[in-house]
Design a protein around this ligand. Structure first.
Ligand code: IVH
Length: 711
């Protein structure tokens, strides 16, 4: 029985992880039938890691949120060779400064002290691991005592969704880790993908069953992973490739770092039964990286799965720690993207759309064209100047670009194909007033964008403001779709966000396409949005330049709505990552009497945001000890210390192995040297601010930890 289970698991691995099947499909099926029969006769023999347990479970009603033990970062992008050279140069500079890179072959002192790089690495050049950038979905797999206990999506990096039931059905995901030396906690990170051939087969099947086809493998993978019914996922050909890790702990709950390099970590992970990123290569210096990029670019059309670029990572983990991270991306890694995908098609006409902030955007109406994996019929032309700069005329054959997930855009005309009667576009003639509300339009001097001056009088702006406020990352009001918003605004029933809270189920059920049940559900959803975290309310207000991240930064900085309302323009400038343009925009928003009225009406309607500190429920630096050295660019010693204390951290005067981070400024003294000697992470003021704005970050990704030998 045990032997049979292990035998099938081994075949799974040969097939899905090593791409090297050892028996025929029919023989495999016979083994499975045998195991199923045995388990049916002896239900108590069924274990959670049995291959029979990959068929999916009863459907869920929703996905539960998962707080990541270690934040899931994103990557900065490079597009041009120069971006890669700049990236490498930044790293060389920092590592030389830190004494972690030998200047020349003769620099034995640094080599001996740092001993960070491979013996054969050329002096002065950094060793990187270059990998594919998979075009799928990032997931975190958590194993406790070797058993898969949780799988989660990346979400916003701090909080994702629990998709364990779905991920259990992937045969390339071990349900139990192989080997004897499994750590108590191990989180493997990587990408879930669908191969090109599997995708095409799935689509043929979908079509045969009269079901909708997926536009591309990435969407098919996403749709398959986000199934509430994991039995559907079980029927989808998904694969997991591991490219990193999250939390790793030993039996005493201590964070451990079992290897000293990224490459050896991947080998270490592979030994547990993961399919690790194939096609990776050790490179030294920027030119080596660029050669890898070129080679992969040639290989790309023949690869069995989608990649949208390559990723370069500093191989040495101690060097990674010293480099730290900026905002949400590590400084030690970068994604080098392949050029956007382009196609040509006919420009049939140009219409003008009104955005949430009143921006009038010319939109190209196109003959449908398949580009970047989807059919495109509209593409942005950005603004008036862009149309002229590109000299795009109605009737032209144009190049359309759709890069990754971004909005499709018109790159320019194919002049050789221009018909004699192609018509230049006259913005003012086409759009003398706002096409939605008839208000005057204006284009402030020095700005590229023409705007409707109607503000929230303009129904288009009002509709989009409401739609934005109800969206998932804002108040998350399920069931408030754009068709209903159109009706509510057109009937003048809802003028501001606050009006939503006076809608009754009875009234809503009188609107088109609203049954009693959906009306009642919507009222419940609206009701449930009365106590959002402050950050979500701030984001929902649709303040210009305030995205999700800035909203969170502001909420964390001020804590309460009242404190935000009371803040001066200077006070907004104190928020990490907020510059003058953003500060002014926020300040003006709250100074506007109309906006104050809406906030008062919201409060009267019972909308009370939760204070942010209470929401986070955590102090990002709790249990951490930081040491300050040198002069920071904007913070005085006392200010920095006060911020650290407020975040739950301790400030110490001397560096030891227990130090979590050394914050170094200009003219940093011996403490910096001591930090490097002990392998303690060194960050600058920007790094400190990022920490203060972040959730707890475990030492596995950032902090100090010894070099427990190469794996
Ligand atoms: S490393 C600390 N490696 O790209 C860096 N990411 O833009 C974390 N991705 O969310 C990511 N292939 O979904 C890394 N070989 C690779 C990758 C990869 C694809 C995705 C991943 C991540 C996104 C970042």
């Amino acid at each position: 029985m045990l032997a049979l289970r292990d035998e099938i698991n081994a075949h799974n691995r040969h097939y899905y992880v090593e791409d090297d099947p050892q028996i025929s499909d029919a023989a495999y099926d016979r083994l499975m039938v045998e195991l199923q029969a045995l388990e049916a006769a002896h239900p108590d023999w069924v274990t959670p890691d049995s291959p029979t347990q990959r068929v999916g479970a009863a459907p869920l009603s929703s996905f539960q949120p998962v707080h990541h033990a270690v934040r899931m970062l994103s990557l900065g992008n490079a597009f041009e060779p120069q971006d890669v050279r700049d990236f490498d140069e930044r790293i060389v500079t920092i590592l030389l400064q830190a004494g972690l890179l030998a200047k020349s072959t003769g620099d034995e002192a640094t080599r001996a002290q740092g001993a960070l790089f491979a013996e054969n690495a050329p002096a002065g050049s950094v060793e990187y691991v270059a990998e594919y950038k998979f075009d799928g979905l990032a997931v975190n797999l958590r194993y406790e005592q070797g058993l898969l206990v949780q799988a989660a999506t990346r979400g916003d990096g701090e909080e994702g969704e629990d998709i364990t039931a779905n991920v259990r059905t992937l045969r390339s995901v071990p349900l139990r880790l192989l080997g004897d030396s499994v750590p108590a906690v191990l989180e493997a990170r990587g990408e879930v993908l669908m191969g090109q051939a599997d995708f095409e087969r799935l689509n043929d099947m979908q079509a045969a069953r009269g079901e909708k086809r997926f536009v591309n493998p990435r969407n098919a993978a996403a749709g398959s992973l986000r199934q509430l019914d994991s039995r559907v996922t079980a029927g989808r050909p998904l694969r997991f490739y591991c490219y990193g890790w999250g939390q790793i702990q030993d039996g005493s709950g201590t964070e451990i770092q079992p290897c000293s390099t990224h490459a050896s970590m991947l080998d270490w992970l592979a030994a547990f039964g993961f399919a690790v990123s194939p096609g990776r290569k050790l490179c030294h210096g920027a030119e080596d990286l660029l050669a890898f990029y070129e080679a992969v670019g040639r290989e790309r059309p023949g690869l069995p799965f989608g990649i949208d670029g390559v990723v370069y990572k500093v191989n040495n983990l101690k060097a990674q720690q010293v480099l730290g991270f900026v905002a949400r991306a590590p400084r030690f890694a970068i994604a080098h993207k392949f050029p956007a995908q382009e196609e040509t098609t006919k420009l049939l006409g140009i219409t003008v759309q009104v955005g949430r902030t009143g921006a009038l955007t010319p939109v190209a109406r196109l003959q449908p064209v398949f580009v970047g994996g989807v059919t495109v019929t509209n593409a942005t032309l950005h603004n008036e100047d862009e149309i002229h700069r590109k000299d795009v005329r109605i009737g032209d054959t144009v190049i359309v670009r759709r890069a990754g997930d971004v909005i499709p855009e018109v790159v320019g005309p194919v002049l050789a194909l221009r018909p004699a009667d192609a018509l230049p576009f006259d913005f003012l003639a086409a759009c003398p007033v706002c096409p939605e509300c008839g208000s005057a339009v204006e284009r402030p001097e020095g700005e590229a964008v023409t705007r409707c001056t109607g503000g929230l009088f303009c129904p288009a702006q009002r509709k989009q403001t409401l739609w934005h406020a109800a969206s998932r990352k804002a108040l998350d009001i399920d069931g408030l779709g754009d068709k209903l918003i159109d009706q509510l605004v057109d009937n003048d029933r809802v003028r501001t966000l606050a009006d939503l809270y006076s809608l009754s189920a009875l009234e809503l059920s009188t609107y088109d396409r609203m049954g009693q049940k959906s009306a009642a559900n919507l009222v419940a959803a609206i009701d449930g949005s009365r106590h959002p975290p402050l950050s979500r309310l701030l984001y929902a207000l649709g303040i210009r330049h305030v995205g999700e991240t800035t909203a969170r930064d502001i909420a964390r900085h001020f804590g309460t709505l009242q404190a935000v309302l009371d803040a001066s323009e200077e006070a907004f400038l104190q928020v990490p990552d907020v510059g003058p343009v953003v500060a002014l925009s926020i300040y003006r928003f709250f100074a506007e009497p109309h906006n104050r009225e809406v906030l008062a009406a919201l409060s009267a309607a019972g909308v009370q945001p939760q204070d942010e500190v209470a929401v986070a429920g955590q102090k990002p630096l709790l249990g951490k000890t930081l040491v300050l050295t040198g002069t920071l660019p904007t913070l005085s010693r006392d200010e920095a210390a006060a911020l650290i204390l407020a975040a739950g951290g301790k400030v110490s005067g001397s560096v030891s192995r227990k130090t979590s981070w050394v914050v170094a400024g200009e003219d940093a003294g011996s403490k910096l040297g001591k930090a490097q000697e002990l392998g303690v992470a060194v960050i600058d003021e920007a790094g400190l601010r990022a920490l203060l704005a972040s959730a707890p970050v475990s030492t596995a990704s950032l902090g100090s930890s010894g070099d427990a030998g190469a794996g």
